[in-house]
Ligand binder design. Structure first.
Ligand SMILES: O=C[C@H](O)COP(=O)(O)O
Ligand SMILES: CC(=O)C(=O)O
Length: 211
């Protein structure tokens, strides 16, 4: 079943950003994340194994597997061929934006300025990644951008943690956040990943959170 970008962003408060080196790790990681309550999985095309990882993870019941670090239409096609159901990019280019729209696949391009978001709006996009979130000015910057660009909705990613996520999630223009913290670097520990996923899936916006 194909989903809209809103539906993908509504699946859970956190989209795990995954950098998977070994295809054999794909199933245990995806199973642990889905079991913990995080069905939307962003597999970054940063490793030679990434497309095969998408193919494997797509077999996991309940998983909605997308591709991240998609930089051009060629990678978009390869990711879709591997079974990606949504596409994430660190930035927005005209060729990639137009290709994603033509392919009718949920697309979350990275944006960090009003100009980026406005170019996306000109293409008809309404949902964006805010990337890299913390180093682009953090929540104060996104609040300032969202004020004049009221129709836009965001998935901030980059530097977000389990501790900081509730502050972002408390904002009406933030639909979910992305982050790599749920799958710690090093040997795969499914029980640990499931526990971190469960914690992330339970996150809600908390205006009282400081920091
Ligand atoms: O490039 C970074 C990814 O978008 C995730 O960022 P993170 O490791 O800071 O969560
Ligand atoms: C970081 C990012 O936006 C991506 O890898 O797609």
């Amino acid at each position: 079943m194909s989903l809209s970008v809103e539906q993908v962003m509504a699946l859970a408060p956190v989209i795990p950003v995954l950098v998977v080196e070994r295809v054999e790790d794909a199933l245990p990681i995806a199973q642990a994340l889905v079991k913990g309550g995080l069905p939307a999985l962003e597999v970054t095309l940063r490793t030679p194994a990434a497309l095969d990882v998408i193919r494997e993870m797509a077999k996991v019941e309940g998983a909605v597997v997308g591709a991240g670090t998609v930089l051009n239409p060629r990678q978009l096609d390869a990711a879709m061929e591997a079974g990606a159901r949504f596409i994430v990019s660190p930035g927005l280019t005209d060729p990639l934006g137009r290709a994603a729209i033509a392919a009718n696949i949920p697309f979350l391009p990275g944006t960090a300025t009003a100009g980026d978001i406005m170019r996306g709006m000109d293409m008809g996009l309404t949902h964006f990644k805010f990337f890299p979130a913390e180093t682009s000015g953090g929540l104060p910057a996104l609040k300032a951008l969202a004020a004049p660009l009221q129709e836009s909705r965001f998935c901030p990613t980059g530097g977000i943690t389990a501790e900081s996520a509730p502050r972002w999630l408390a904002e009406p223009f933030v639909q979910c956040v992305g982050g790599s913290w749920v799958v710690p670097k090093g040997p795969i520990d499914p029980a640990r990943i499931e526990a971190l996923a469960r914690e992330a899936a339970a996150l809600t916006g908390n205006k009282l959170c400081s920091g």
